[in-house]
Design a protein around this ligand. Sequence first.
Ligand code: ATP
Length: 304
Amino acid sequence: MITARALTKTYGETTAVDGIDFTVRPGLVTGFLGPNGAGKSTTMRMVIGLDRPTAGEVRVNDHRYADTPAPLREVGALLEARSVHPGRSALDHLRWLAATNGIPRSRVDAVLEQVGLGAVAARRVGKFSLGMGQRLGIAAALLGDPPVIVLDEPVNGLDPEGIRWVRTLARELAAEGRTVMVSSHLMSEMALTADHLLVIGRGRILADCSMSDFISEHAASYVRVRSPQQVVLAETLQARGLAVTAYDGELRVDGRDAVTIGDTAAAAGLTLHELTVVSSSLEEAFMTLTADSVDYHATTGAAA
Ligand SMILES: Nc1ncnc2c1ncn2[C@@H]1O[C@H](COP(=O)(O)OP(=O)(O)OP(=O)(O)O)[C@@H](O)[C@H]1O
């Protein structure tokens, strides 16, 4: 389990992480979601001891990373997949990591196969594509068979097959009882991968809840109804106990019960021109939640 208490990191005037508390539990994939510059990488770097907190602390399985004798066996991490010497082969890179952490060499072959790099193990890493580099980074994270795994934007640069592979891998690792923390700036990706959600914006936690709670709270649905007898229809639906709001030329009825609406209109002899269930997207909910914490907004010509 990963626990952060009042975790803070400042760089000069910039507060990258602003006194956050969270717990990442075993057996689940926890999605760490936030727009660019929100503080995801900084937080993850502190989890694995690459950055020291300015205040507060973060512990992995109740100890600080710096106090761990064989860290790769404790927590595996993918951060900056490109931080590998380009002249080294994938095999040599992993062998060197294994040797310095007391990990048997047999694990090197096992993880190369697991990430699908077995056939290119002897090739220089400098020749790797972005996706192959990501796979090598994930292999390094898995090398020590750690109970805790931290992956920073693991699907960056991967093709659709690779994205699906990472998603499945994260879920399998969690199903084995491991603690899995995965960052992303894409809500749609998290919705498919994560059981639990931590949303961060400008260094602060904006949401800490199960994925299903986030979906039921934010992915609101309504039924759009158009009728030439809009006023009468609204009164008839309200009389049935439905929550109805009139918008420009249409009615919006809370929920997704198009059947009741259609039947009610038919029973009252009212004509419908449209009856559509509309679900707002999770991406929209995420953007609304983090709207105030986005550093860089693009402006369209019209907006400018
Ligand atoms: N080494 C550093 N020196 C100065 N400022 C930094 C440093 N690292 C991060 N920051 C700043 O801290 C803030 C958080 O950055 P961080 O990289 O943690 O965000 P992120 O959520 O990972 O973003 P992205 O999705 O763009 O990677 C940003 O404002 C960033 O400019």
